[in-house]
Design a protein around this ligand. Sequence first.
Ligand SMILES: [Zn+2]
Length: 323
Amino acid sequence: MTRFNPNRRTLLKAAAAAPALALPAPLLAQVSGPAGRSNPPYFRFDVGTARITVVSDGYLGLGVDGLATNASLDEIVAFLEAHRLSTEQNYSHTNHVVIQTGEATVLVDVGSGNRFLPTAGRLMDNLNAAGIDPSTITHVVITHAHPDHIWGVRDGFDEPILPDAEYIIGAAEHDWWMQDGLVDRVPAEMQQFVVGAVNSLTTEGLEWTRLRDGDAVVPGVRLIDTPGHTPNHMSVMIESAGKRLLALGDAMTHAYVSVERPGWHGGFDYDGPTAVETRKRLLDMAATDAIPVLGYHFPFPGVGNIMRDGDGYRFVPAIWNWG
Ligand SMILES: [Zn+2]
């Protein structure tokens, strides 16, 4: 069954309740660390010969009730308590991937800019902090057209933030959001998402390259269909010199909930059962083929492996070599 659960009102209510959001702007900046005084908002490593930099757009303070719409709040709270996680707030990171391979520099998703929550929209500052000149980005891949992934595509003057890059999105994802009259056919709480997606996709000066399952963005970077979170969500497979990394996008939105309870429907999943099918397929693939994964909303930098654990799975964060 197809359902609409994205709920901006609930989200904003949760954000309003988050203590960090009540702080004056300078303090807020310290809490979320845009300038990376002590905690750099980026992390760099290699996959084969490709250089990967995970760059944060900030964080989203979400309600824990959105972690599952087909489980009771008691079950959610019990899960969080067992994992020593906050039962007050789902502190959700936003991990962007920059892939430098050959002549190309590929950025996955553009964050939410200044259009969504004040704790996010730091991507451009943080690219600079990571020493990546935005003008060197040759390709921008959008996994799906939700606010935290695409609303940052244009600046305050409605101009593209990266005017010289090639913009790529799944063909069916693009076409779904761009259907005539979609905004009138979705529930009220979904309308802002549709308007924001359409405004982003129709940004003046942008042309979209529409790719399909298996298509390459550049050699060693290809899209794979991972539907459910949105109708035609895409994940990004990076392959170089025999090494791989799967950037999940929002096919899994939580390092522990999505992996250990893949059957729970996330509050922002468009089609719960399809999202479950996709998660189970990805978990099996990542565990069987030992493919490291990177979750956009996983704890920064969001990279690790999927292990089988009894009948289920477990996320094991990568241990970084600081050398
Ligand atoms: Zn997201």
